[in-house]
Write a protein that binds this ligand. Sequence first.
Ligand SMILES: [Ca+2]
Length: 500
Amino acid sequence: MRIRKFASIFLIAVMVLTLFAEISNSETVKAEEPSFQSFQLVAVQWKWDVNDYASPTAFKNKLHSVMQDVVAQLDPNLPALVCFPEFIGLPLLFVDGDVDLLQNASTFADAIEALILRRWASVLAFMTWYGVGPVRALFLERSGAMQQAYLDAFKEVAATYNVYIVGGSIAMREVDGSGNLIKDDNTCYNLSYFFGPDGKVLGWQKKVHLTPMEQYKDEKGNYGLDLNPGTLEELKVFSTPFGEVSIAICYDAFFQDVIQTLAARGGGILVQPSANPKEWDTWQQEDWLNGCWQATREPNGLNWFVNPMMVGLLKDITFEGQSSIGVNASVGSGTQMNYMDLEPIEGFLAIAETKDQPEIVVQTITTDQARINYALNKPATASGNQNSELTPEKAVDGAFYSRWASRKQDNEWWKVDLGSVVKVKGVTIWWERAYAKTYSIQVSTDDVNYTTVYSTTSGDGGVDTIWFEPVNARYIKVLCIQRVSSWYPFSFWEAKVYNN
Ligand SMILES: [Ca+2]
């Protein structure tokens, strides 16, 4: 990851703009005013009921029922981002005919133990094959059934109700939108998937900072969920037509490294899917302010937050908390309010009334400050592509498991047509490991005369976020000049172009 500090590119920008001023003086091309759209943020406060996990159909029916309550509160003419809590998919461990174990056990740990015993033969095979403990082996073994139930249900409701969805999280192996394993290894993560309104999976976020309960053993020696942590380098920022979306799963929103990485990669709306297995007492409410509320006190580009929370009993474990929606201090002050036992403060826009009941928290945002990725789903072309799969438009499809790759040679280019001349201010390139060592970014209003707004000879891959002085442009071209390795082409997962 690299953050391009404004100062470090200022000189380049000045040089470029001096040049550009000479060209643009003779031009009469005007930028279109961006059409900012109001949008709706939704936090679903979900209450555990083990019967919702009896079968894939039971889970899907529950989601439909909740979504019908959600859309009843929405303006159908405005786009919506609907966010579900952390671990909504965890009890899908029992979805394939094992829910009786969950219903009959007195504790959640007992239910997991009973499931390991019932599926002992196949769990043992996974333990042996992958060299892992019984709980990890159970997740590996159950992942296929879990992901199918989770992805099928969320894809269907996203498409049915035409909304973007942050699917809360599930503990399982990493699979793409078609359910294909990303890598056949022994890792399992706390994952939250992101769904488009056509029902398409656009990517997933891994939790980076695990709680003791999610690790192999906690500090008292109790066995936990034995999950793997994600890395900062893997953190994504997703695009919608109404703004960028960053996901920090629960504990992650309390960590500056996660918040700063998300902010540097585009920021936008910070979604914190949460499940708090503790009493919602005054101490806990005060501590919770150190999460997404605190993360949006500084002008860091994370301009709103949505914090859906899990409530109710999962066997012996009580989950409590008030879901909320809020705004960055640099964008607005919100309404004076706070969690139930605390003094009102600025920053919140809406808070659930209860800590233990299902609720739907909705907030309409009317703004001209959303960060929009103009390149999303716009026509893209290139000097060539490696094969018929890795085509130029894969870099603007919003999906983080599809990419463009050039032919295996230096001096290739990729270009997006934004459709009209607009004012642009930044570009983010999410390089695959086949990154460019030397590359330039050029802009044009007519696809004939191009101006260079950025160039480097020391690219190091990862995610490059580049800011420059606002410039009118319709065409954005990435000139890929020198590859990092002659074995590779040039390749990136996504290229974004920002209004601010
Ligand atoms: Ca893509």
